[in-house]
Design a protein around this ligand. Sequence first.
Ligand code: MN
Length: 425
Amino acid sequence: MIIDNQKILEINKSRLPNHLDDLERLKNHLNGKGINADSIIEKLAAFQVAIPSWALGTGGTRFGRFSGGGEPVSLDQKIEDVGLLHALNACSGGISLHIPWDIPSDADHTKQLAQSFGLKFDAVNSNTFQDHEGDKYSYKFGSLSHVNKDVRDQAVAHNKEVIDYGKAVGSDSLTVWLSDGTTFPGQANFRQAYQHTLASLKEIYDQLPEEWKVFIEYKPFEPNFYSMSIPDWGTSYMMANQLGEKASCLVDLGHHLPNTNIEQIVAILMMQNKLGGFHFNDSKYADDDLTVGCVKPYQLFLIFSELVDGMNNTNNPNLSWMIDASHNLKDPMEDLLQSVDAIMMAYAQALIIDRKILIEAQQNNDVSLAQEVLQDAFRTDIRPLAAEARRIKQGALQPISAYRYLKVRKELIKERGEKTISTGL
Ligand SMILES: [Mn+2]
């Protein structure tokens, strides 16, 4: 299915007068505070969040999976789905491939198809948390950290292969997330696991093309429950430093223990020029992979406040942004639209923070004023700014209602069938 721009313009028409009224009011309000709304709209319109190729199907838990209809069964169909999202919201212009679930076997075709939807290839993701068909060795007891060199070599070779697939489609970065670790005390030697992991990463690093980057993702627990080889930002940062300039850390919102101050982590990593990528999701308890902003929108705003400050005031302005969530109950496409929308809203709220007053408040230890400044931005209804950013790029003022109005899911079920299952988790 392809959404015609003209259709979106038609849908926007009926909402346009109200939208323009709301926008005008907000612009006047922001103007009164010395904030130029147009420059914020421009920044929002330029912001692109990548959609991972595994997020277009229904997710599940270890207890079960309840598939929806019309799921994409091929890479082409996944690209088509991201194209639909991008047509609606004009800010999902990237796709992040996961190997081996989505191998671009005909790279030229894959590239052209993506281009036809205005999509670029974001970071490619390797997978050594599962065994691959035909592989000689199992990753049951780890991959890059494994005690057996043969297993480590196989995992390194897989990552090299992923880089090659990425090169072929025009990606310029590799994300490595390891499930390596231990589930029982005494199972492994911590120092040795670190050293094996670092040495394996070094071999992968040496294979990176000139302009490429590698992002080291961390996670405190799960699937291993006693230790993880790369459990936290400190370990990821040490490794990225030991590897070199092309290596940096990747922060996934769900990969922290409860109540971790993620905004402080991103601030410090950006100061060190070592924040490479960011994975969005939300959670109540752990790595719940829920829709972005559904549980803790204020935390997301505080994180974005630091990201915006870092993008303006550090040497670390360019990040790779991706949604990393699972869609167990909702239509994955609607869930992704909601996630991207939440990201744009947090970004917009962070952009209207009165930095001058905030800095003054900080310098004067005026704690109440600092809080006032942040909460004033958070409590401003900036939705017209995000809607306008979509509209000027020919997206929908209200992506979810447009999606429903166009009966996209029904159409996809008609095309692909009721019982299709997407590759992925
Ligand atoms: Mn992630």
